[in-house]
Design a protein around this ligand. Sequence first.
Ligand code: HEC
Length: 120
Amino acid sequence: MRWMAVAAAFLAAAGSARAETCDRQAFEHCQACHALTKDAGQKPGPQLVAVIGRPVAGDPAFDYSPVLQEARAKGEVWTKDKLDLYLSDPQAVYAGTWMGSPPIRDAKQRADILCVLGGR
Ligand code: HEC
């Protein structure tokens, strides 16, 4: 019976480790276009350093679409909720956005991505 106690302790430890770290795999396909550091060189999309709480169209080195520039001019900011919506359907939030990535319908996948973006 001792092995069961050991297995239970192991499972408990594995479970808590999972709760604390983000599933970085969810962000993998974003990385083709986005960097999470300021010095990652030129990518097809803006860098996303500390994007949660940052003004929309907030990478000064990136030439944004008119709709995102307009949002910045209005003082809009990326909240977690707005980002969640944008990832679930970019065109529904900012019609005409140049982000050509497909909508992410899976809420768990969006939560993992938000975890990576917020995990500084
Ligand atoms: C094919 C390239 C591409 C992929 C893949 C992509 N993006 Fe983008 N993303 C862009 C472009 C281009 C923009 C700028 C859009 C505009 O100007 O309208 C953008 C804009 C954004 C913005 C707004 C940034 C700001 O400064 O306002 C966020 C947030 C974002 N993307 C997150 C993601 C996430 C998270 C993923 C992965 C699920 C992803 N993107 C996948 C190209 C991409």
